[in-house]
Write a protein that binds this ligand. Structure first.
Ligand code: NDP
Length: 448
């Protein structure tokens, strides 16, 4: 008989927590998970999944416009925000059910309430019950960081964007990262007048500059007003309900809704981690070793709460590696090299490996190949937007060390190409592959 009630107690049923719970249980461990909101976490409930559905929904605006050159006569078009919103929320319910089912099928016990740590091997549920466990896994993710400025109570975070009562006629977006660019694109396409204010000149830090410049140019041509060097100062509310956003120089910007997307902060406040001596790092993130172990030997952490790479597939890998290592007798470390990522903007942008700037700093001698092209689909539709693909090659070995693309379907194409980059293939290997014509992806093997 174990001296503990559970082998593993997981706090947080998001992507990392669910994967760790079900794999640990499949390895034979007795597992419980606590979740204070809904099973599925940020990605499923208020992130990647509902966002992608809104991206699909908003894309119809340009598809319907382009359809005319393809011979279609479209009658009077209208868009119904509550209809899209509610359908998206129903899909979130469906996924919440599926995730719950997965836990149930694997024999993972669920407590739908908040749990806090009370010691190296104990947690306390909000309802008062104390539970002991041999290991505790913290997988509580991050939460939007809202700047402390006057009037911030009038703004919303990405969490609330999925529940807006009505489509805002005027939307101001604060920030210049993933969430800001994605929502700016969605609401611009749906018909809102969008203004994006970023505190510096750099949008989408970490992505290749040439591609980001292309996205800015296309976004502005589509009608998004992008204000750079416009630090967010305050929001005032007029008597008629109009929000006046003060950001940088110039007049305040009137808005019906203000989205603040200035990063996400690990959800560690009030979690009781100090009771077990768990050390926190920068931004309140849990500091962990290569196996996800914290400064307390029986407590581990995976996913966004560790603030390493805030991406769902990474959290899933970390959850899997944790469960395999501790309960599957298969010590596994997550490989963080060459993680592909994408911004689901309009058009989307995707990349893997080193940007041109990073490669130059790291490798010295590099070669850069690119293809700046107008997709056939756009030419026929009279759409001026051009795609841009860039390949960064190590001059010494010929190895492709970075691939970056913006254009229709870029994330779909990049996922496949990322396999070649991860496998260490060379520019010559790409060139040896015959083009698949006509496609946009063929540019990958035709770059000069
Ligand atoms: P990001 O880290 O991507 O961007 C934050 C933005 O806010 C930056 O432009 C930053 O500017 C700016 N900023 C930070 N603090 C302030 C402040 N006090 N005032 C004004 N501006 C500020 O964060 P997001 O919130 O967009 O997204 C959070 C994370 O979620 C991402 O890092 C990503 O990992 C994940 N995510 C991934 C998606 C995907 O894979 N498609 C989609 C959505 C989210 P500066 O650069 O100057 O610091």
């Amino acid at each position: 008989m174990s001296e503990y009630e559970y082998d593993l107690f997981v706090i947080g049923a998001g992507s990392g927590g669910v994967r760790a719970s079900r794999v640990a249980a499949a390895h034979g461990a007795k597992v419980a998970v606590a979740e204070e909101y809904r099973v599925g976490g940020t990605c499923v409930i208020r992130g990647c999944v509902p966002k992608k559905l809104l991206v699909y929904g908003s894309h119809f605006a340009e598809d319907l416009e382009d359809a005319q050159n393809y011979g279609w006569t479209i009658g009077r078009m209208s868009f119904d925000w509550p209809k899209l919103r509610d359908h998206v929320l129903r899909d979130v319910d469906r996924l919440n059910g599926l995730y719950t089912q997965t836990l149930e099928n694997n024999g993972v016990e669920r407590f739908l309430e908040r749990a806090t740590v009370t010691g190296p091997n104990s947690v306390k549920l909000a309802s008062g019950r104390e539970i002991s466990a041999k290991y505790i896994l913290i997988a509580v993710g991050c939460w939007p960081a809202m700047p402390d400025v006057p009037g911030i109570e009038h703004a919303v975070s990405s969490n609330e964007m999925f529940h807006l009562e009505e489509l805002p006629r005027r939307l101001v977006v604060i920030g210049g990262g993933y969430i800001a660019m994605e929502f700016a694109g969605i609401f611009n396409a749906l018909g809102s007048q969008v203004t994006l204010c970023n505190r510096s000149e750099a949008l989408l830090r970490g992505y290749d500059r040439a591609l980001v410049d292309r996205l800015v140019q296309i976004s502005m041509a589509r009608g998004i007003d992008i204000k750079l060097n416009a630090p967010f100062e305050r929001i005032e509310k007029d008597e008629d309900g109009t929000l006046q956003v003060h950001a940088g120089r110039g007049d305040p910007i009137p808005a019906d809704a203000v989205l603040v997307a200035t990063g996400r902060k690990p959800n560690t406040a009030g979690l009781g981690l100090e009771s077990a001596g768990v050390e926190l790092g920068r931004n309140g993130a849990i500091a962990v070793d290569d196996h996800g172990k914290t400064s307390c030997d029986s407590i581990y952490a995976v996913g966004d709460v560790t603030d390493r790479v805030q991406l769902t597939p990474v959290a899933i890998r970390e959850g899997q590696a944790f469960a395999d290592t501790l309960f599957g007798d298969k010590p596994t470390k997550v490989d963080y090299d060459c993680i592909p990522s994408a911004v689901f903007s309009h058009p989307p942008l995707a990349g893997v490996g080193l940007t041109e700037g990073d490669a130059r700093n790291k490798l010295g001698k590099i070669r850069v190949y690119s293809s700046d092209f107008r997709p056939m689909k756009n030419i026929f539709a009279d759409r001026a937007e051009r795609g841009l693909y860039k390949m960064v090659v190590d001059d010494t070995t010929g190895r492709v060390v970075g691939l970056h693309m913006i254009g229709p379907e870029a994330p779909e194409i990049l996922q496949a190409a990322a396999i070649a980059v991860k496998a260490g293939l060379t520019k010559a290997d790409f060139d040896a592959t015959v083009a698949l014509h006509p496609s946009m992806a063929e540019e990958l093997v035709l770059m000069r």
